[in-house]
Design a binder for this molecule. Structure first.
Ligand SMILES: *Cc1c(COP(=O)(O)O)cnc(C)c1O
Length: 382
């Protein structure tokens, strides 16, 4: 255990299969909004069990479109968490609406559903919940409140490709769109990657139709239809849309990544349960709680440090021993654009950022590398 290592926080599982697949659009000359995008959408819908999937440029643009089709606009409020990557709050602001932050349950780092009701006002237009670090949030409780108030639910599933939730006694994939719309990310920090990329799933055909319009400047005719038509077609642009397209090179890579996803989740779950066992011996540490109705993909694994340990000192100690870590997930409300007079009352969100550290976890990680991480943590914290 004395040999110096270099253990990254994460590493995408990607290689020859993706390199080979990316040749297809390059050699065919059809580089965007073509057959690879269409196939990736169908395959992702089949994987999650959703009726519809629309590929977009990243999860931020996916979330933006989700809020737009729900009609979120100027003066509206969207109930969400601050304890998330800043994109979650930013998309609410893109719509000129205001994010209303509720605190998290420290056991899961997910939205505390019992606090939603008190945050609802006549301006509330939607609930934007997050499956943080891949761990499903308490959708049953969130949807119950939403239903009682007639509010739509968007799931920020950026990290949750391959995570599962028990629904009416069955294990179902996150993104079957238990809420109204779910949004995924394929950034390299997530469990599968297309470099950048995103996917929107829904069971609502009208939402899906709007996503397809809005991702491509509101254009009434898609490229595949026009390309295969034997009559001249003139397109219209009836609404203001965006360029939020995914390319066929990304989609070809994504299709290979999707094939790997079950194996990636299995490897991550193996390592996640090993962390739980190995860290149980360290006194004063707490770990994420996986509810019995949730199967996380462990996109990230965190531990909460005991009170007497300083976060930065522990992280530096790990880095000195060749182990990369990150502090707990950020809080949007602490960033300049969200600061306000009187501040916010989000103590658990702040504690999770200040007291948790995220440990290395990637599918290629060996048990022996993981043993090293735990040994170093134990040494640093002694
Ligand atoms: C990564 C992430 C996003 C943004 O995803 P991009 O694909 O990078 O736009 C949004 N929400 C959460 C919770 C994330 O972790």
């Amino acid at each position: 255990m004395t040999e110096r290592r270099s253990i990254p926080l994460t590493r995408p599982l990607i290689g020859e299969a993706e390199a080979e697949a990316s040749r297809r659009p390059i050699m065919s000359g059809w580089l965007t909004q073509g057959p690879e995008v269409a196939a990736f959408e169908q395959e992702f819908a089949a994987y999650t069990g959703a009726a519809h999937a629309t590929a977009v440029s990243n999860c931020t643009t996916a979330l933006h479109l989700a809020l737009l089709v729900l009609g979120v606009g100027s003066g509206d409020e969207v109930i969400t968490v601050s304890h998330s990557y800043v994109a979650t709050a930013n998309v609410v602001r893109y719509c000129n609406a205001t994010p209303v932050f509720v605190d998290i349950d420290p056991a899961t780092s997910n939205m505390d559903a019992s606090q939603i009701e008190a945050a609802i006002t006549p301006r509330t237009k939607a609930i934007l919940c997050v499956h943080q670090m891949g761990l499903p949030c308490d959708l049953a409780a969130i949807l119950a409140v939403a239903k009682a108030h007639g509010l739509p639910v968007v799931e920020d599933a950026a990290c949750a490709s391959g995570s599962e939730i028990s629904w009416n006694g069955q294990w179902e994939k996150v993104g079957k769109a238990h809420g109204d719309i779910a949004c995924f990310s394929f950034h390299p920090r997530k469990v599968i990657t297309t470099g950048d990329g995103g996917m929107i799933t829904t069971n609502n055909p009208d939402y899906d139709r709007q996503f397809r319009l809005l991702r491509q400047h509101g254009m009434s005719v898609n490229d595949r239809v026009r390309h295969s038509a034997n009559q001249v077609i003139f397109e219209e642009h009836a609404v203001i849309g965006y360029n939020y397209r995914m390319t066929d090179v990304q989609a070809a890579i994504g299709r290979e990544q999707l094939k790997r996803l079950p194996g990636i989740v299995e490897a991550r779950r193996h390592l996640g349960s090993r962390y739980v066992q190995l860290l149980a011996d360290l006194p004063g540490f707490t770990m994420p709680h996986e509810p019995e109705w949730a199967r996380t993909n462990w996109q990230s694994f965190w531990v909460r440090l005991p009170e007497h340990l300083d976060q930065r000192t522990v992280m530096q100690g790990m880095l000195d021993r060749g182990v990369a870590t990150r502090r707990g997930i950020m809080n949007a409300h602490r960033e300049v654009p969200y600061q306000r007079e009187g501040g916010y009352n989000l103590p658990e969100s702040e504690r999770a950022q200040d007291r948790n550290i995220i440990l290395p976890l990637y599918p290629q990680m060996t048990d022996e590398e993981q043993d090293y991480v735990v040994a170093m943590l134990s040494e640093v914290c002694a």
